[in-house]
Ligand binder design. Structure first.
Ligand SMILES: N[C@@H](CCC(=O)N[C@@H](CS)C(=O)NCC(=O)O)C(=O)O
Length: 284
């Protein structure tokens, strides 16, 4: 049997892993994921060959025992080899087929999937059609990571937010969404010129870069869907005197929200994302 091109270890489900799985599906790349529920990852050996630990191995004197640093509170068991390959010690953690090369940061794992795709002109050009398009896609991936990091801090602390932390997320949200809305507006205008359409605002299925589906769209959908989880904490936010930051998003940023919703119903997205956004699509 052929070796998978990439092996990913993570807690599951994880929208950061979905980025790679969606691209892998679109491009026919073999990616294998190993993982467990977030609360279970403390029972795993974080390694190029991850496995469940025995009870006897879960002791403070296990050389792999480390304190969780970002999102995980208790002890995690990360081998030295894991930390050599993954210096920041985070998941999703991808490994090359031979387990020697660690690839971290979900956007970089996503890029790695595209680079591993067969050289087939029929496949979608998920990393653009020129080096300019590829670089513009990188620009969106970077902007996305900045937003996603702010969202990570916000969601991890959402049940006890300072006014400063809340306002910081509001600012990051507005900055990111203003940019996306502007890019999608521009993309629609270009498409309507290309196709002679009369009303650019009617077109909702445009893309972030070059008028074609790219990993910029994939990364946005996964990270933004995760941010929308703030909706599950509406009561808690209210009790703290705050409102949902995403409230009224569809009215304020119609192109961006419609882009998210329409992309997530595409088969390659829906098969990976499952029912993750159902609660958002049909709120109680
Ligand atoms: N920006 C990173 C985020 C990765 C990250 O922060 N992962 C956290 C869990 S959400 C982690 O692995 N923490 C390990 C720890 O707490 O030691 C990505 O997109 O991959």
């Amino acid at each position: 049997m052929n070796q998978p091109v990439l092996r990913i270890f993570s807690y599951l489900p994880n929208p950061r892993v979905w980025k790679s799985l969606i691209a892998a599906k679109l491009l026919g790349v073999d990616v294998v994921v190993t993982g467990d529920k977030p609360a279970q990852l403390g029972n795993w050996l974080w390694d190029a060959h991850p496995r469940l630990l025995t009870e006897e191995e879960k002791t403070p004197d296990n050389p792999a025992a480390r304190q969780g640093r970002r999102g995980f509170k208790g002890t995690l068991y990360k081998t030295d080899e894991f930390l050599q390959a993954h210096p920041f010690g985070t998941v999703p953690a991808a490994f090359s087929a031979d387990g020697r090369v660690g690839i971290f940061e979900s956007n970089s794992i996503l890029r790695s999937v595209v680079r591993a795709a067969p050289n087939d002109p029929e496949l979608p050009k998920l990393y653009g059609r020129s080096h300019y398009e590829a670089s513009r896609i990188d620009s969106f991936l970077d902007a996305n990571l900045v937003f996603a990091r702010e969202a990570q801090v916000y969601l991890l602390g959402i049940e006890s937010l300072s006014e400063e932390a809340y306002q910081r997320m509001v600012g990051a949200y507005e900055f990111y969404l203003d940019g996306l809305e502007a890019a999608l507006t521009e993309s629609e205008a270009e498409q309507s010129v290309d196709s002679g359409r009369k009303n650019p605002a009617d077109e909702t299925n445009s893309f972030l870069v070059g008028g074609i589906l790219s990993i910029a769209d994939i990364s946005f959908v996964c990270d933004f869907a995760q941010f929308l989880r703030e909706g599950h904490y509406e009561k808690s936010l209210q009790a703290q005197g705050y409102g949902l930051i995403s409230r009224g998003g569809l009215q304020q940023y119609p192109r961006t929200y419609k882009h998210l919703l329409s992309m997530s119903t595409r088969p390659e997205f829906a098969q990976i994302m499952g029912s993750y956004l159902d609660w958002y699509r049909s709120p109680k």
